[in-house]
Ligand binder design. Structure first.
Ligand code: ZN
Length: 418
């Protein structure tokens, strides 16, 4: 994600034209460049009409123009994990000053559209507004501004239009691009405690992370295994609502559950786990028991059964309780770790820490990170070896160790996607 101030590129703006809208219906301004510079030197700027001076019944196609004309290109978006564009429009050839136009027309238009285009049970509130004022005059840079909610300081924008009025008179169009962001009310509260510092892009990025983490935390909390009689305490299980049987969940299934919730599906109880994810859970359980049988068989062939004493939690997939834990096989890692690899370990650790509140858990992840660095493993080794023991014997809690081992793939995918 680009952190440049007000970079509109991060938005979901396919089909959205940020180009300057077509010229107003009239255009009598065809001076030569020499005339233009003459104009800019000698003439005072054009006024911007306020409500008191503005007559809604006049066409304002006077030639030469007696006031500033400009356009507003706006879009209304919902801020979820990714911004979703609800609607947008271009208001061409405006002469009424933007602040007055907002009060008189645009604000109520947005309120109506927001109501009409969002689910009736959900309450969306204005969250943030990004504005860029631009002129076709290339020597001038855009004026970019960010406002909380819809608390737009129109005066600054109007001052800019006035300052550029001679460019307008010389044939350069003036445009205001506006992105209005709204959020579900509960979410707005969640992010409003964030500092007001930072660029708009950083804001969006950070808010997205916050939102993502909220869903992520909810899903992980729901699936957290309460333990006894299941031995997966600290890990994650899906409890079949009918049989009450625990099915261990690995990072892949948990990620699917998070995605499912992020798409807006209800996931409040174990009953809400959809059929396609249940099938995946059953398939993993089946494969795991087959692997276990195979290992048991090979142990028996090789002589008397060996009792493996192991205080570590059994690995994913061994859902039956009371079975002796078996050393995990190396699993393939079909991804590559971003370089430099030692830095990737630290970034991965930060990512884990952002997903938990408990300082002790954060410390656990930091410990796991330190062990990995000290032993010279890279994240691929961690993922492939599934060696919970090395972390646990060095003081990391088993559940933390498992998350640290299993979530590498998810992190790599998220890092590459962002
Ligand atoms: Zn369990």
């Amino acid at each position: 994600m680009d952190n440049a101030p007000l970079d509109f590129a991060y938005l979901d703006d396919d089909n959205f034209d940020y180009g300057t809208p077509k010229l107003p219906d009239f255009d009598c301004r065809s001076e030569s460049p020499a005339d233009r510079s003459q104009l800019q030197r000698s003439e005072p700027g054009l006024p911007l009409l306020q409500l008191a001076d503005w007559n809604p019944n006049l066409p304002y196609n006077e030639c030469p123009p007696t006031c500033v004309h400009y356009s507003i290109v706006w879009k209304l978006q919902l801020k979820k994990v990714r911004a979703t564009k609800l609607t947008g429009d271009t208001e061409r050839n405006l002469v009424l000053a933007p602040g007055a136009f907002w009060d008189r027309t645009l604000k109520s238009k947005l309120e109506d559209l927001l109501k009409k285009n969002t689910p009736p049970k959900k309450c969306y509130k204005p969250h943030e507004t990004n504005i860029a004022v631009s002129t076709q005059e290339r020597s001038e840079t855009d004026l970019s501004m960010r406002f909380d909610e819809w608390n737009i300081v129109w005066k600054d924008i109007e001052d800019q239009l006035r300052a550029w009025s001679n460019f307008f008179r010389a044939g350069k169009k003036l445009t205001i691009n506006i992105s209005f962001f709204c959020m579900e009310e509960t979410q707005t509260i969640a992010v409003s405690t964030q500092s007001a510092a930072g660029t708009a892009a950083q804001h969006v990025e950070r808010d997205d992370i916050l939102l993502q983490n909220t869903i992520w935390n909810d899903v992980y909390a729901l699936m957290r295994c309460p333990g006894h009689p299941c031995k997966n305490q600290g890990g994650h299980c899906w409890r079949n609502p009918d049989s009450k049987k625990h099915f261990f969940l690995d990072g892949q299934v948990l990620t699917k559950l998070v995605r499912y919730a992020e798409e807006g599906n209800p996931l409040k109880t174990h009953k809400d786990v959809p059929e396609f994810i249940r099938e995946l859970i059953y398939a993993k359980e089946q494969a795991a028991s087959e692997r276990k049988l195979k290992r048991k068989g090979s142990l028996c062939e090789g002589g008397p059964p060996i009792k493996i004493v192991n205080v570590l939690p059994p690995h994913y997939g061994q859902a039956s309780m009371g079975a002796p834990p078996v050393a995990p096989a190396r699993r393939p890692a079909n991804f590559s770790i971003p370089n430099p690899r030692d830095k990737a370990i630290r970034a991965y650790c930060d990512w884990h820490c952002r997903q938990v509140d408990d300082p002790e858990w954060k410390q656990g992840f930091q410990k796991a990170c330190a062990i990995t660095l000290r032993e010279g493993f890279d994240l691929r080794h961690v993922y492939q070896d599934q060696d919970v023991k090395i972390f646990v014997t060095n003081g990391v809690k088993p559940g933390i160790a498992r998350s640290f081992i299993d979530d590498v793939e998810i992190w790599v995918k998220e890092t590459k996607a962002s």
